[in-house]
Design a protein around this ligand. Structure first.
Ligand code: NAP
Length: 248
């Protein structure tokens, strides 16, 4: 039977490319985000369009319920909706900080809450959370976004341990830089940038293989895994030099 997939943040970028990729691989796909016109464009009449704002808990629960009603269940939930905004520590913006946590962390939590009961009932299902290598280490400018990604990585890892024996798989996606509307707003250097179609293919392969962590491209994976091993003092001094250079 074709897997039934629900993807949030599917109106552009990685989510839209993944919807296309999984549909091409034979899945039944439901796409969610706020921009209905963009969702309709991605769907091209081939997918279920279910608009939602992931900051609204009740709306997320309702959207998942509608997808479950239409498909008879959700086998794979890809919680990918995300927000990034430039963050400047010299001009702390509590609204921007809150917004990024509400979309990235609370939005993901509502998505989990929405699909978990039916997966627990059936004793199977897959939850895929799209985090980022940005969550691996703190860097200047990452006070809000990278903190949300670190929270997602820990949330998903905790969840994985708690659900595996119940037949539910939890997978964490950690992309490096992907060319999307989100990165189009960046001005800092973005090494090893990949296209959304490459990202989608890697994520689809990773979902099929069932591995706990899907991280790409390889060069970014090696770099960021190595960064995790750098002692805190050394990492902080290197970042302080970077921040000073940026503020000059
Ligand atoms: N691009 C990268 O280099 C990169 C790297 C690592 C991780 N990521 C992660 O990948 C995911 C997708 O990002 P992207 O790069 O593909 O950027 P994108 O093209 O800007 O996509 C973000 C998606 O999230 C949706 N979204 C944002 N706020 C939402 C809300 N309140 N409710 C529902 N949907 C919302 C957007 O749709 P609407 O605006 O229509 O709601 C859009 O579909 C994010 O979680 C991001 O953090 C991206």
């Amino acid at each position: 039977m074709s897997p039934r997939v629900w993807i949030t943040g599917a109106s552009s970028g990685i989510g839209a490319a993944l919807a296309e990729e999984l549909h091409a691989r034979g899945a039944r796909v439901a796409v969610s985000a706020r921009r209905t016109d963009q969702l309709a464009r991605v769907s091209g009449g081939r997918m279920l369009v279910q608009p939602v704002d992931v900051m609204d808990r009740i709306a997320v629960l309702t959207a998942a319920e509608k997808v479950i009603d239409a498909f008879g269940g959700i086998d794979i939930a890809v919680l990918n909706a995300g927000a990034w905004n430039r963050f400047d520590v010299t001009d702390w913006d509590p609204n921007s900080f809150r917004n990024q946590f509400e979309v990235n962390v609370f939005g993901m939590s509502y998505g989990i809450e929405a699909v978990l009961p039916s997966m627990l009932e059936r004793g199977r299902g897959t939850i895929v959370g799209v985090a980022s290598v940005a969550g691996y280490r703190g860097m200047p400018g990452g006070e809000a976004y990278s903190a949300t990604k670190a929270a997602q990585i820990n949330l998903l890892e905790s969840l994985r341990g708690g659900l595996l024996h119940k037949g539910i798989r939890v997978q964490t996606v950690c992309p490096g830089f992907v060319r999307t509307p989100m990165t189009a707003r960046n001005t800092f250097p973005m090494p090893f940038m990949v296209e959304p179609e490459f990202a989608a293919s890697k994520i689809a392969d990773g979902i099929a293989s069932g591995k706990p962590e899907i991280i790409f491209p390889r060069r970014m994976a090696v770099l960021m895994k190595a960064a995790r091993l750098v002692p805190v003092g050394l990492w902080s001094r290197a970042n302080a030099r970077l921040a000073a250079r940026r503020q000059r």
